[in-house]
Design a protein around this ligand. Structure first.
Ligand SMILES: Nc1nc2c(c(=O)[nH]1)N[C@H]1C(S)=C(S)[C@@H](COP(=O)(O)OP(=O)(O)OC[C@H]3O[C@@H](n4cnc5c(=O)[nH]c(N)nc54)[C@H](O)[C@@H]3O)O[C@H]1N2
Ligand SMILES: Nc1nc2c(c(=O)[nH]1)N[C@H]1C(S)=C(S)[C@@H](COP(=O)(O)OP(=O)(O)OC[C@H]3O[C@@H](n4cnc5c(=O)[nH]c(N)nc54)[C@H](O)[C@@H]3O)O[C@H]1N2
Ligand SMILES: [Mo]
Length: 770
């Protein structure tokens, strides 16, 4: 998006649809999911013209032994016979892909790129599915059709002409299946670069690094069975009702069996209240709702580390009179660094903890008591924890707390990050990593007969900066919407425009096709719901969920156009064109994906016998060493960390802004301008504020405000004319929607611990609009 502004200084073009009617803001009093969700789904299906096929497709989703994996979030499938665990947003997501609308060559002939750049992001995606490869023609400023052969030749030629392979960067969005992922990283490494940025760099990078440092594994250790067995769930920084709706089922079930459910979030989100379990026919019919929370704590944004430290401090204090408060045996046998950690907790004054969290000691003690009284605890988290300067420290503090009571390596206990995209975890497992380890590279070299580069590559922020400097000249986006998802929208757009060639492999038209390099390709691919025919028959691909379960996904719909290629085929086409003498059997791989899996089985840890095991009814679970209390850390033990408490109290007159999702969006895909559970209708350009912070600024509901962010380097960024909306949020905190608010996120403001953009902790001032 060229972040030009209209006269009021508002960002143009808009992201969401042009709302019909006035915005509304009401408190939402209904339970999450239930009929509100059902109504919203059917409206959406009618709009996409998908009603005829929609229900049938959804019945095939997430089925044991067949069907396709929901392309929505990464929450695992139900473990018991019922494989119809569906949710409102998953249905919307499938329907979005199955729309009957099409973007063909006539569309591109009718609209220039300059014209389309003025359309909203909503309008762009709303044109439907892309149907054939297109190339940008600078002479006419239109995209024009190009054959696949010529498109691959253009990519191949441009890559071969680079002075160094490091002048190309290969982005992955988390929808890409495992087999395509493996081929993609193989192509990049055979070319000679580890420039493999991914959406994870903006998402759970901090979680991966923290878990690796503490436990020697980058992933959570629990599965759904543990969720079913636990005594206490601590849910931090996730809006489950919107972003992992199937978690609602687990929360309601936990409540019903008497487990404790503690939500820690500056906002009291819908999942922290009540839910109607969507597939429970009886509760749907009788509108019977179940509570999904036993305690809500609202720390200030960034206050989680202090809160967790307070809980640990309380446990340690109690242990002086109650030895059972700690699991000494576990600590002695399996951990290191406990004494230092204990000393740190003792030395941290309660007053500092209360100041940093904005939660009183008695309330922190309530949470600590729940933790003490539970035999088995799970701590689960998402972006509210990871997208911070201190994201790594905070996730490590979660592990510290778990270690104190031996909540690891046994049923019903452990860390459980909620991943985002449906296969973002699988992408990392299968080699998308700009900092690959030597063991993986050795095996890749041996099995695939290539010489992979050993130096680290560029991540998302690094790629943007390198494109901006002109050092990276070719950008390939394997899914996603880089221009809009990345921080500092105007800067990122300049960076993309600076490229010699941008290649976007996509299902729908989006902003990243309009913000392009001197040459540009749109390569349309099959979606996950569609049949993938290759020489040996219909192919399946595998995905890995948030809890390390790997299973097959088989599309069953007729492709949106006969000219689409699968993602593996597109990668193989680009690879062969760029590496004409490659010994990698690119063509053979595409004929039969089992051949890709056979190679993956030799390269990837835990994928032995891949082709057989992935065809088991529920797939297979990748071995989790930390789960077996095997820690691949330097000490061979679980390592306590001792991070100082960061100062997260906003300076006087400033606020801390968190950017988040509305209910009706999938990252950069906007379904509508509504945010049902937060009571918002027809409005995205808003900022949620505490009543008192509004009063102090003389603001009433829907008053226009100007928001200014101040970056680490002192530079300022603005969003003007946003509407202030009072919300139950601690003083000094504010929230608003991504991707619009990426304009406020400075490119240099990434965490020094994770290199992850700090999207939940933007320092801002808010004033009545000039
Ligand atoms: N329907 C739908 N589902 C999705 C997505 C989508 O866009 N739409 N996106 C997918 C992706 S890629 C991801 S990564 C996940 C994202 O899932 P979430 O992490 O739920 O995403 P956000 O909307 O960013 O919400 C962050 C939550 O953290 C809270 N929060 C903000 N700051 C803090 C803090 O300092 N401390 C604490 N404790 N909480 C805080 C916010 O109030 C909010 O509830 O969802 C996935 N699922
Ligand atoms: N300010 C702010 N910014 C954020 C975040 C935040 O919380 N705040 N969250 C960050 C996070 S967690 C993430 S994960 C990123 C998301 O970043 P991305 O993953 O880059 O963005 P998405 O919006 O998920 O990508 C949507 C596009 O993917 C394409 N697509 C959909 N399905 C397929 C498919 O099957 N194959 C292919 N090839 N393409 C497909 C479509 O063309 C669609 O337009 O955004 C990040 N940005
Ligand atoms: Mo994400």
């Amino acid at each position: 998006m060229s972040a030009s502004r209209d006269e009021a200084g508002r960002l143009e073009p808009r992201v969401g649809p042009v709302p019909e009617g006035e915005p509304e803001s009401h408190p939402y009093h209904h339970p999450a999911a239930g009929w509100g969700a059902a109504k919203s789904v059917s409206r959406f299906m009618v709009r996409e013209g998908a009603l005829a096929d929609g229900p049938r497709a959804i019945l095939r989703m997430n089925h044991e032994n067949g069907g396709f994996d929901c392309p929505g979030c990464a929450w695992p499938d139900d473990t018991k016979g019922l494989h119809l665990d569906i949710c409102e947003n998953g249905i919307k997501h499938v329907t979005w892909e199955m729309t009957r609308k099409r973007v063909g060559r006539e569309f591109f002939a009718a609209h220039s790129v300059t014209e389309l750049s003025g359309w909203s992001d909503y309008a762009l995606e709303n044109q439907g599915r892309l149907t054939e490869p297109m190339v940008y023609d600078p002479g006419t400023d239109h995209y024009a059709p190009i054959s696949w052969k010529d498109a691959f030749a253009l990519v191949g030629r441009t890559l071969r002409e680079l002075d160094s392979p490091h002048q190309a960067s290969f982005y992955t969005s988390g929808r890409l299946g495992n087999e395509a992922t493996f081929l993609y990283q193989l192509m990049a490494r055979e070319l000679g670069t580890n420039n493999l940025p991914d959406c994870s760099n903006m998402c759970h990078e901090a979680s991966g690094r923290a878990l690796q440092a503490s436990l020697g594994t980058g992933k959570g250790t629990v599965d759904l069975k543990d969720w079913e067995a636990t005594d206490a769930l601590f849910i931090l920084g996730v809006n489950a009702a919107s972003n992992a709706p199937r978690m609602l089922t687990a929360l309601a079930a936990a409540y019903r069996r008497g487990a404790q459910v503690v939500h820690i979030n500056p906002l009291v989100e819908a999942a922290a209240t009540r839910t109607i379990i969507p597939h429970d026919v009886r509760s749907m019919a009788t509108c019977h709702s179940t509570p999904t929370s036993t305690l809500n704590l609202q720390p200030r944004i960034g206050g989680d580390l202090a809160l967790l430290r307070g809980m640990a401090k309380a446990i340690l204090e109690q242990a002086t009179s109650d030895p059972q408060a700690l699991d000494r045996e576990f600590i002695d046998r399996h951990t290191t660094g406990f004494e230092e950690y204990r000393a740190l907790c003792e030395a941290t004054p309660w007053r500092e903890i209360e100041k940093q969290t904005e939660i009183s000691r008695p309330d922190i003690l309530k949470a600590a008591r729940i933790y003490r009284e539970a035999d088995r605890s799970i701590v689960s988290w998402c972006l509210g924890i990871s997208q911070h300067e201190h994201g790594v420290d905070t996730v490590r503090e979660i592990v510290n707390l778990l270690l104190l009571r031996g909540n690891l390596g046994r049923e019903g206990a452990g860390p459980s990050p909620v991943r985002g995209h449906s296969n973002v975890q699988g992408n990392r497992t299968c080699g998308i990593d700009h900092r690959p380890g030597p063991e993986f590279l050795d095996r890749l070299a041996e099995v695939c007969g290539i010489e992979p580069p050993r130096e680290h590559g560029l991540d998302t922020v690094g790629t943007i900066q390198a494109m901006h400097r002109g050092e990276v000249k070719v950008f390939v986006g394997m899914g996603g919407n880089f221009a809009l998802a990345a921080p500092d929208t105007p800067y990122t757009c300049e960076a993309l425009r600076n490229c010699d060639l941008t290649v976007q492999v996509s299902t729908k038209l989006n902003r990243s096709h309009l913000v392009h390099g001197r040459r540009a390709l749109i390569l349309p691919c099959l979606g996950r719901t569609e049949k993938d025919h290759q020489r040996t028959g219909v192919q399946s691909t595998s995905v890995e969920d948030s809890m390390s379960m790997v299973h097959l996904s088989v599309g069953m719909r007729r492709p949106a156009s006969p000219h689409l290629l699968s993602e593996p085929a597109i990668i193989a086409g680009m690879a062969r064109a760029a590496l004409p003498d490659s010994a990698t059997p690119w063509e053979r791989y595409i004929e039969d994906y089992d051949r890709i899996r056979d190679t993956m089985a030799q390269v990837l840890d835990g994928f032995e016998d891949f082709n057989r095991r992935v065809r088991l009814p529920l797939g297979f679970r990748i071995k989790q060493p930390a789960r077996e209390l095997v820690f691949r850390t330097p000490s061979g033990r679980a390592e306590f960390s001792t991070a100082p408490l960061p100062d997260v109290v906003p300076a006087p007159g400033t606020l801390t802004l968190g950017t988040l999702r509305s209910h009706d969006q999938w990252n950069t895909t906007i379904y509508s301008d509504n945010d049902r559970y937060r009571g918002i209708r027809r409005l995205r350009t808003l900022v949620f504020m505490n009543q008192d912070d509004m009063r102090e600024r003389g603001l009433s509901t829907f008053d226009p405000v100007d928001i200014t962010s101040t970056a680490k380097d002192g530079t300022r960024r603005h969003l003007n004319g946003y509407l202030a909306v009072p919300h139950d949020i601690p003083r000094g905190c504010a929230a608003g929607y991504m991707p619009e608010m990426n304009v406020l996120c400075a490119i240099g403001d990434y965490s020094t611990q994770s290199d992850q953009p700090i999207m939940k902790h933007v320092k801002v001032t808010i004033h009545p609009a000039a």
